[in-house]
Design a protein around this ligand. Structure first.
Ligand code: NAP
Length: 677
């Protein structure tokens, strides 16, 4: 495979006319592929995404998009061996490859699942409750998220050619935005292989994914206010993008995930014999060696109490000495190569800068023993451990994007927090402690400087996913130096790609616009009980207006005895009378809800299959003996499940008393058969 890499533009593969430059295997220096700086016409790709990909995606509901993500992930799983073989050539070991390849597919599965469970089966997301804006209830507002008619341009770093692409693609896709993926040149051959398989699957709507290889000339020149750029890479490139006129004044939304001098703090409570000490040392070695330290979340700063510096140095040195470095596909190798000889040069330069204020305590940046490969041809490097002099500045400024970390000492918890903050904003920080007071003080101190904070101790260590693993359900990003961006975080990541708008109007208008029944809008009471309607017949606004029922003292006594809930407000006249809220015996709230169910139910077998819960239950007014209640139940939201022959119906329930006062409000959740569509 040493042909020039192709781009995928406007529905076909584009082959550059020139031969391009070679991309070297990180282990052997052999050419893996060639890459050209000449790519397809970016302006045409953007136009194609906007005019073909966007409309195709937005014609699908969130659930349909989510299902496609799952199908794509399943398809890609079939080609794992192919991707693994290419991943080894980037210098990634099997362990590293799992993070990138399996981690990428896992992200697709996770977003698929979140999309189906947490988003409606429609194209609009409601944000927060209805905001009443007038006394008469005719003027209300609802915040909604809608898809932008733009394109998401995704620029990725070299270190995660698969995960990096998929973690940006999945939320954009769910949000209804077409993507143009721009992988980093050095490892683009692996991204190309994955995109080929995605395209070949035929699962993705036309225009929803395009791939731009090699060239980034003019990438932002044709973007506008509905477009988004998601960038992961160096702070220097991030700064170039921030200064692009279309970002500065053209309204292009830019999300930057840049470099980060992440720290891990050893709590002052931890002694050498504690399990936390071992956890700390192991974690540092893992983060230094996974992906040969070419990870934006790797631990660059090791913050330890001064009294523990010797012990930590010794334990780390002992473990690092056991790390085998060499060919990525050799099972005896713990740490693979850096991505390229150029990258190794960059790391060596950074180590030199760090050494102006830190002493080398383990490793030699110029020399390493190599297993299963030729040390001269591959980009191999030893793990490098440094120890900072008191007051050193460089460890808080210089990023060595390789297996390099620096020990820094502190004397007080305040100083540990202050040192963490000197990184000027990081993606992730960790604290290893078994002291809850230390945890609270440190975490609340460092949280504003971090996107994610891990607290590790003997209780969570076994199941912890580790310092360096961004998770699809958690926010990834960080303030300040880390770029100030935010990705992932489950549905939050989807919403970053959408526009939030406050819609004001009458309840009926809001119901028509959102497809979600809005309090105060029309109810339709017909001859057929809504529980006799399947999903094909049921409409938003279909309502049951129940008969009335008197809540007697005998009902309350019976309920108290039957359930064992003999709380004085339901049983003891004198005590209940003295209660400032009740002033006498009241019915149990759950009795009211149970009686309401008896009032609205249609008992015979039918399309309603199950009641799976209630949401937002509130008891608003006490129900006294002999109160007369009734219930109004209105179909509020209908969510057919894409892969089942039933769907969910959310019903608005209001129980009122003889004075028309609402005594309880809640949403009833049912599963209802689809019927004939
Ligand atoms: P980089 O040199 O900044 O490149 C990143 C991406 O930007 C590449 O795709 C590159 O394309 C592209 N690019 C470069 N100049 C551009 C321009 N003028 N306009 C548009 N795109 C441009 O970074 P890298 O060396 O690949 O990655 C290493 C850095 O990324 C490290 O500093 C690391 O900390 C950071 N990183 C951060 C995260 C995070 O999540 N925060 C994750 C991984 C890595 P070419 O390759 O074609 O030049």
């Amino acid at each position: 495979m040493s042909e020039v890499l192709e781009s995928y533009a406007q529905g076909s593969w584009f082959t550059p006319a020139d031969k391009g430059a070679p991309l070297a295997d990180a282990n052997t220096g052999e050419t893996v592929a060639r890459i050209s700086k000449n790519g397809p016409d970016v302006a045409e790709m953007i136009e194609y995404a906007r005019s073909v990909g966007g409309p195709a995606l937005r014609a699908l509901t969130f659930h349909q998009r989510a299902n496609l993500l799952k199908e794509v992930a399943k398809h890609l799983m079939e080609y794992k061996d192919e991707f693994y073989a290419l991943s080894y050539r980037t210098g990634a070991t099997k362990r590293d490859t799992m993070v990138d390849v399996d981690g990428g597919f896992g992200t697709l599965f996770s977003f698929s699942s979140k999309g189906r469970r947490e988003l409606p089966n429609s194209t609009v997301i409601l944000d927060g409750p209805l905001e009443p804006l007038s006394k008469g209830g005719t003027f209300v507002a609802q915040h909604v998220y809608t898809s932008r008619p733009g394109v998401a341009v995704q620029i990725n770093a070299f270190n995660f050619p698969v995960w990096g692409m998929l973690e940006k693609l999945a939320p954009a896709f769910l949000a209804g935005m077409p993507s143009i993926v721009k992988p980093a040149g050095q490892t683009a051959y692996l991204t190309v292989a994955v995109v080929k398989r995605m395209v070949e699957s035929g699962l993705l709507p036309e225009g929803s994914l395009q791939l731009l290889v090699g060239s980034h000339r003019g990438l932002l020149d044709d973007l506008g206010p509905q477009d988004i750029v998601g960038f992961t890479g160096s702070a220097a490139t991030g700064a170039i993008l921030r200064n692009h006129p279309n970002v500065v004044s053209g309204g292009v939304q830019l999300n930057v995930e840049a470099d980060s001098l992440n720290c891990s703090i050893l709590g002052p409570d931890v002694a050498v014999q504690d399990p936390e000490f071992d956890l700390y040392v192991k974690q540092i070695v893992t983060e230094m060696t996974v992906k040969a330290g070419q990870k934006c979340t790797a631990i660059r700063r090791i913050l330890v109490p001064t009294s523990m510096a010797e012990a930590v140095t010794e334990a780390l040195t002992e473990r690092l000495a056991k790390v085998t470095v060499g060919a990525a596909d050799n099972p005896d190798v713990r740490m693979g190569a850096l991505v390229s000889l150029d990258q190794r040069e960059e790391v060596r330069k950074a180590v030199k800068a760090l050494r102006t204020s830190s002493a080398l305590v383990f490793g030699d940046p110029e020399e390493v023993e190599v297993t299963g490969a030729d040390a001269e041809s591959g980009a191999f490097m030893s793990p490098i451990l440094l120890r900072a002099e008191p007051g050193a500045q460089e460890p808080h400024e210089v990023e060595a994007f390789g297996p390099v970390s620096t020990i820094i000492t502190y004397d007080t918890v305040d100083e540990a927090v202050e040192l963490a903050a000197r990184g000027q904003g990081s993606l992730v920080g960790s604290l290893v402690t078994n002291d809850e007071d230390v945890a609270r003080e440190v975490v609340l101190g460092v949280a504003p400087w971090h996107g994610r904070v891990l607290v590790l101790n003997r209780d969570d260590a076994k199941e912890s996913t580790g310092h360096g693993s961004p998770l699809p359900v958690l926010v990834h990003g960080g303030p300040g130096r880390a770029g100030g961006g935010e990705e992932l975080g489950g549905v939050r990541g989807v919403k970053h790609h959408m526009q939030r708008t406050a819609i004001q109007g009458s309840p009926d208008m809001l119901t028509a616009i959102t497809g979600h029944w809005t309090t105060g809008s029309r109810r339709s009471v017909g001859d057929v009980h809504p529980f006799r309607k399947d999903l094909s017949q049921l409409r938003i606004g279909d309502t049951i207006a129940s008969a009335e029922r008197t809540v007697t003292r005998a009902d309350i006594d019976h309920f108290a005895e039957f359930t064992g809930d003999t709380f004085y407000a339901h049983t003891d006249e004198e005590a209940a009378a003295a209660n400032p809220l009740f002033g006498g015996i009241v019915a149990h709230g759950y009795l009211v809800v149970s009686l309401a169910a008896g009032l609205f139910v249609d008992p015979d077998p039918g399309p309603v299959l199950a009641n799976f819960g209630v949401d937002n239950l509130r008891f608003l007014t006490p129900v006294k003996e002999d109160a007369v209640i009734k219930v109004t139940l209105t179909a509020k939201q209908i969510t057919p499940r894409t892969n089942a022959d039933y769907g969910e119906v959310r019903w608005d329930a209001v129980v009122t008393d003889q004075d028309g006062e609402a005594v309880a409000t809640y949403d009833v959740l049912t599963l209802v058969a689809k019927g004939q569509e």
